[in-house]
Write a protein that binds this ligand. Structure first.
Ligand code: PMP
Length: 419
């Protein structure tokens, strides 16, 4: 028979599953919502392909030269010649992958080197690299907070922080976004002698706002809690050494764990946690998202190490990134857009739109003009907002920013967002 001739072919008609037992039917709502969006004639905002990447700020999308204003490439390290050379060298010397966990055969020379680069960058005694920033949060939160402990987190926390809570067995307490008072109140209701981990973020990635870390860390300390700060969106350009918002606000001595990623300022992929805790190394023995997955390829950790070493002294880039963020914020505000923050608090500038339809139309008008920004929507965004997230790069030129503002002006008027 036909099936016998093709032993690996799937049967033409899979055994029927009753609709109420079809596990895929839970996605019907999502499928319908997406269909409605696409039927309105917009390009699928979640299926963009970079056909060519020319520099940290330019790509070809749908055959068109496009300015990238929606990547996390804050410091523009992806095309740095030293970073690329380090990756090539590691690929040649160590091959394409590790084929194993850090705990077994997956620790190569460059994993040691990148952890040393992190200790030097953050001035800590400990550094542990994970395969992504998502897994660093997943692993650190679920491993630190055990049975009977409490994790106290900001309501607007990143998905990886929420998932770290779900993966673990600790009790979860949420406080109102950036509210020092609510944090204090909720900590005050917890048993005095229970273990507590307060999880904060330096920069919140949807609106680009920053946390009042100094006050929050003081409150956490008052209640005997330990503190973990996710500094994913501040590395390289916040604080005197580029360590993050916690450094800029002078609370280095009071934050126990810093989580970060290689997928933003560092310009590759990977995650990490750094700490001065004397027992920090024990995490490697107990943390499931560290142990039960393959380690990063040698080329990735080699590029990360080279990039981190350069970020430590990238003063001119830092200054340029801040100038770019302030120029864009001021320009968009002057055009009459509603923005996520009063001033440029970070390298993320969020443009708030009325609804999905308006956001999608604006996003598409910008794309067709040659500008890529992130379209963000609930549940990723706070308070049900639809927004266009612009993230700046130190490599954006003043001329590019001027062009970006021109495109926002045209698209905003065409769609009716601004007068
Ligand atoms: N934390 C925050 C605050 C993030 O925004 C992100 C990613 N956007 C992560 C962690 C996860 O980082 P990664 O991309 O390395 O998984």
């Amino acid at each position: 028979t036909e099936a016998a001739a093709q032993p690996h072919a799937l049967p033409a008609d899979p055994a029927p599953v009753a609709p109420d037992r079809d596990l895929m039917s839970k996605f019907d709502g999502l499928i319908a919502e997406r269909r409605a969006l696409l039927d309105s004639g917009v390009t699928d905002p979640f299926a963009i392909v970079m056909e060519q990447v020319k520099s940290p700020t330019e790509a070809v999308i749908e055959g068109r030269d496009t300015i990238l204003l929606g990547t996390y490439n804050y410091m523009g390290m992806t095309f740095d010649p030293d970073v690329i050379a380090a990756g090539h060298a590691a690929l040649d010397r160590f091959g394409s992958g590790t084929n194993g966990s850090r705990m077994l055969n997956g620790t190569f020379q460059d994993h040691m080197e990148v952890e040393q680069a992190l200790r030097d960058f953050y001035g800590t005694t400990g550094a542990i690299v994970f395969s992504t920033g998502y897994m660093a949060n997943l692993g650190m939160i679920s491993t630190l907070a055990g049975k009977g402990d409490y994790v106290i987190l900001d309501a607007d926390s990143h998905a990886s922080i929420y998932d770290g809570c779900k993966q673990g067995v600790a009790e979860i307490v949420r406080f109102r976004h950036n509210s020092v008072e609510d944090l204090d109140k909720r900590l005050g209701r917890l048993p005095k002698d229970a273990g507590k981990l307060v999880v904060l973020e330096g920069v919140y990635s949807m609106l680009g706002d920053i946390a009042p870390l100094k006050e929050m860390v003081a409150v956490a300390r008052k209640h005997g809690a330990m503190v973990l700060s996710d500094e994913a969106h501040s590395m390289g350009f916040y604080g005197p050494n580029g360590r993050g918002v916690y450094e800029a606000q002078g609370c280095e001595g009071d934050v126990d764990f810093i989580v970060g990623t290689f997928s933003k300022s560092v310009g590759t992929v990977g995650g990490f946690c750094v700490s001065n805790h004397p027992k920090f190394e024990a995490i490697r023995l107990a943390c499931r998202p560290y142990i039960f997955t393959a380690s990063l390829p040698p080329s990735v950790v080699a590029t990360a190490a080279a990039s981190i070493r350069k970020l430590a002294t990238a003063t001119a880039k830092r200054a340029q990134l801040w100038t770019n963020a302030r120029t864009l914020h001021a320009g968009l505000r002057q055009l009459g857009f509603r923005l996520g923050t009063e001033q440029a608090d970070s390298a993320i500038i969020a443009v708030i739109l009325e609804d999905q339809q308006q956001a999608a139309m604006m996003w598409q008008a910008l794309l067709h003009a040659g500008l890529y920004v992130n379209l963000a929507r609930p549940p990723a965004t706070p308070a049900g907002t639809f927004l266009l997230r612009c993230s700046l790069c130190a490599e954006h030129t003043p001329a590019q920013i001027e062009r970006v503002l021109g495109m926002f002006a045209d698209a905003g008027r065409a769609v009716g967002v601004i007068a």
